[in-house]
Design a protein around this ligand. Structure first.
Ligand code: FMN
Length: 95
């Protein structure tokens, strides 16, 4: 399987980058070909974003908006996508 991943965080060594790298390593260990570049060749797309105000961040929102045209193309109808999100949740003992 060919997997395309997109890091949607400004912080290249932040929480989102770390969880995405772990996901990429896990997929590669299972035999997937993981790539960050070629959308049209991918069977599966993984977009990783930090949560900003209960939503994807501005960078990922802009990217999604710019994809509006290709998202309606038949060639992408059978593709799967996952959204990987990191957040700054509060632990139960910190409330
Ligand atoms: C502007 C801003 C808004 C945020 N809003 C939320 C939020 O609504 N809920 C939440 O759980 N975490 C929120 N966070 C925390 C981030 O989602 C969290 O720290 C994330 O893991 C950061 O990822 P990064 O290291 O890739 O930047 C926010 C952080 C920032 C900077």
């Amino acid at each position: 399987m060919k997997v395309m991943t997109i890091l949607g965080s400004y912080r290249r060594k932040g929480n989102t980058a770390r969880i995405l790298e772990m996901t990429e390593e896990g997929l590669a260990a299972q035999g997937a070909q993981v790539d960050r570049l070629n959308l049209s060749a991918a069977d599966l797309l993984i977009v990783a974003t930090p949560v900003y105000v209960n939503d994807v961040n501005d960078l990922v929102k802009t990217w999604i908006d710019r994809l509006a045209f290709v998202c309606h193309r038949p060639e992408f109808a059978d593709r799967s996508a996952y959204l990987l999100a990191t957040e700054g949740g509060i632990k139960p003992d910190e409330r």
